[in-house]
Design a protein around this ligand. Structure first.
Ligand SMILES: Cc1cc2nc3c(=O)[nH]c(=O)nc-3n(C[C@H](O)[C@H](O)[C@H](O)COP(=O)(O)OP(=O)(O)OC[C@H]3O[C@@H](n4cnc5c(N)ncnc54)[C@H](O)[C@@H]3O)c2cc1C
Length: 428
């Protein structure tokens, strides 16, 4: 049976970043296990591609994601420049449509500063100032964040995988974890009937991380839901209708989704999206039912599990109805954006973009967990609820995970620091 020191389940951005840190700090055998033929084939490539400045995140509720995003901004910049990958500073206008939403913008300005953003990078603009900057945007007011950037997170993950491989990490692709035996040390059984034993497992399986955690007997109190974010691509002649990302203040701040926005991609496209349509699995990228068995099992889970309370929440059910409609009808989706870009028309969008799926964790009280959580299990560490802006925060958050494991005495190996693109001590 093959053996390694640390096995990381999940070759998305998070698993790849953690492998990079481990392989640059220790002379140990690190293996990243990924069920797909390549890294970043799921959420890490299927996102909006924004390096977010965390002005819109409440530091008291989403402190870890906010801090990681703030610290990682410059780390990604340096990495993208070094690798010659796209780094397109586009800025974001977060718009308010009325006075109530304007008060939320004022709160965002305070949160932004608390989260570390420099005052000079955040500006509160009135309606006329916004119109001067973006003549096709109509709103009450906006926060202009100058530092938001468009990137391709799939390509960044690929490059990071190359760096991690140079340090000795092995990427075990096309290996799906099926079950775990955890007696003296974890033994991972793969779908292809091979096995891997290791000293320690780090679970970074994205939308499936809760399922993997439960295989270790932890996080049994939680359940999860899956929401597909869909996009529509603007035809070439309308790409420049608006030259800044436009986000709007969310109508339901207790739910972890933003309304569809106008976004600029690193490759020059403009898109509208994402919405948040409930789907039965982390990989139901089209249709609404997918595999019938998975659908029925998710339905039973929703009706009998933590999400049951959400079904009684009128705001949640309203939101779900609206999201379904905007999935079925392009016109409804575009109407949501017409509220702040009146010139935009459904016929400007002929092609769907690449959908991605968020998997928020639901507490036993039927609430969405606001921040990422780490749970220690037997010979294992589990990262759950690693949602947006997780791609932005991955370099710093992964360093924080490795530091936490060191402090808990869970990485009892001799350090062997190699030359690194980023400075671990400085970041942590
Ligand atoms: C619609 C949408 C828009 C977003 N926009 C942004 C944005 O603009 N900016 C931002 O910062 N963040 C954004 N995010 C969030 C960000 O993309 C995620 O936080 C991040 O990509 C999560 O990375 P991950 O490595 O945890 O998960 P993933 O990328 O999903 O990686 C998990 C990996 O685990 C593998 N895996 C799962 N189960 C198994 C198994 N049993 N065996 C082997 N392998 C397994 C999967 O194949 C997958 O490759 C967005 C997310 C979505 C859904």
């Amino acid at each position: 049976m093959a053996k390694c020191n640390v096995a990381i389940i999940g070759g998305g951005l998070l698993g790849t970043c953690i492998s990079y840190w481990l392989s640059s700090l220790y002379d140990i055998e690190v293996v990243v296990i990924e069920k797909e033929p390549e890294v970043a084939m799921h959420t890490s490539s299927r996102n909006t591609g924004v390096v977010h400045s965390p002005f819109y995140l409440n530091p008291e509720k989403k402190g870890k994601l906010a801090k990681a995003a703030f610290v990682s901004h410059d780390l990604w910049k340096r990495f993208a420049e070094k690798k010659g990958l796209a780094w397109k500073t586009v800025g974001t206008l977060e718009i308010a449509l009325d006075d109530t939403q304007h008060k939320i913008l004022e709160k965002y300005l305070k949160w932004g500063i608390q989260n570390g953003i420099s005052e000079k990078d955040l500006e509160l603009l009135d309606r006329n100032e916004v119109a001067k900057k973006e003549p096709n945007v109509s709103c009450h007011s906006a926060v202009f964040c100058k530092t938001d950037v468009a990137v391709d997170y799939g390509k960044l993950t690929q490059e990071l995988k190359n760096e991690s491989q140079k340090n000795g990490t092995k990427f075990l692709l096309n290996h799906k974890v099926e079950s775990i035996e955890n007696k003296n040390e974890p033994v991972i059984n793969f779908e292809n009937k091979t096995q891997l034993s290791c000293d320690f497992v780090i679970n970074c399986a994205g939308g499936y991380s809760l399922d993997i955690a439960k295989k270790f007997g932890v996080a049994m109190q939680y359940s999860s839901l899956h929401f597909r974010g869909e996009y529509w691509i603007a035809q070439k002649e309308y790409t420049d209708l608006v030259k800044t990302n436009i986000y709007s203040v969310p109508n339901y701040p207790d739910f972890p989704f933003l309304d569809p926005h106008w976004i600029l991609r690193a490759d020059g496209r403009s898109e509208v999206g994402p919405n948040a349509v409930p789907v039965p699995s982390p990989e139901t990228y089209s249709g609404y039912i997918g595999n019938v068995e998975t659908f029925i099992s998710k339905l039973i889970d929703v009706v009998t599990g933590n999400a049951r309370n959400l079904l009684l929440n009128a705001d949640f059910m309203n939101l779900v109805a609206k999201e379904w409609l905007s999935s079925i009808s392009k016109v409804v989706m575009i109407e949501r954006v017409q509220k702040f870009i009146p010139k935009v028309k459904p016929e400007y969008f002929l092609e769907r973009g690449t959908a991605g799926i968020r998997t928020p964790i639901i507490t036993p009280e039927g609430k969405f967990l606001p921040d990422v959580v780490e749970i220690e299990g037997p010979n294992s560490y589990h990262i759950l609820n690693y949602n947006s802006p997780g791609a932005t925060g991955a370099p710093a958050y992964s360093a924080y995970v490795v530091k936490s494991l060191q402090e808990k005495g869970l990485l009892d190996y001799t350090t062997h620091t190699k030359e690194s693109i980023w400075n671990f001590e400085k970041i942590t």
